[in-house]
Design a protein around this ligand. Sequence first.
Ligand code: HEC
Ligand code: HEC
Length: 348
Amino acid sequence: MNHFRTNLGRTTLAVAGATVVAGVSLAAFAETRHPAVETLVEMGYPAPQEGELVHIPPTMADLEASDLHPETKQVIRRGYDLFTNTQQLRGENVFNDMNCSSCHLGEGRQPFSAPVWAAAVTLPNYRGKNDHVNNLEERIAGCFAYSMNGTPPEYGSDDMLALTAYHQWLAKGAPMYPDQPIYGRGFPHPDRPEELSYENGQALYAENCAVCHSEDGSGLYQDGEYVFPAPWGDGSNNWGAGIVRLFTAAGFIKNNMPLGQPLSLSDQEAWDIAYYMNSQERPQDPRYTGDVAETLERFGPTFHRHSLYGQEGPNGDILADHANWGEKGDEVKPWNVGQPRFEELKAQ
Ligand code: HEC
Ligand code: HEC
């Protein structure tokens, strides 16, 4: 564990972690605003709209203090450990330099950084990306297949159970299938500006990001230890990951980067950097059919119309026109997408 990450990690944690009561969900009224939400608003994040669901996930300290069975606590602790140090599954389920917490900041608890508890209360639900009803395991499997450039632990396995238990613990006290929109869910993005500038994005990246993520986007891996993740290249997420969509990257950057200085970039700057970052190469989308144009045609309408997949890149090459799977290699079978389900129900 390196000090830089630990210290900076605590800064983000302090935001969501300033809990007086753990596992609380409140309807958003000014008079009942939670101190953690006050802190977010002071930092410049939007205040909850009336009627939005505000949930403050419990911490690991709350877990220790809870009445859950000791074995349950052990499994949730294991889930936390896998989420924040997913590199321990390297070579088995993970083939890049990421942890789950590389993108889901504050250990998956931070609002505006895709806090993961939201999935625990909204799934099972239909998901357009794979065109069927997904449960929590399958949602987690999606981030393994794309964001971790890997292959998910088996459904029902110890690791999968531990991860789902951690997600569900974070959702403690939140209503199941809420009717209200969820405050701070996902990576809310600013409106797309009229024009995006690659050159401006490049200059801004060099100025604001390269110090940690390196000029060539490879991040920093020191003595086999994770320090800073790779925003592109073989150590990064593959072309099928949610963050390759420009709007998602812009939302992530605006709300979370540079680390420790969220919301410091203008909307235009966040979008320009996202455009620059997502114009670089990374491992192939596991849905690749063997032909980039065909893959684009197939997954464009539901996904890649928001990314630069199959478009002309900065060097005049077609982006993602390659069979580079990164460290995963091509012996790991592409993850099964669009698997038909409940055929017999549809036939009725
Ligand atoms: C490269 C960045 C990245 C990494 C690494 C990553 N994710 Fe995600 N994750 C995303 C994005 C992007 C979304 C979609 C957010 C949105 O809908 O706006 C997402 C969504 C999710 C959701 C659904 C959240 C919701 O609101 O429904 C869950 C659960 C999740 N990820 C779990 C994981 C787990 C577990 C891991 C590690 C195995 C992981 N993620 C690794 C980027 C990442
Ligand atoms: C002070 C160091 C630092 C700076 C500066 C910084 N980041 Fe990060 N960034 C991190 C860390 C650390 C993480 C992962 C969070 C964790 O592990 O706790 C991260 C995560 C990310 C991720 C998600 C994971 C990945 O590698 O794809 C992206 C994208 C990203 N940063 C982009 C940027 C951009 C763009 C900038 C400049 C606007 C920037 N960062 C500035 C430290 C930094």
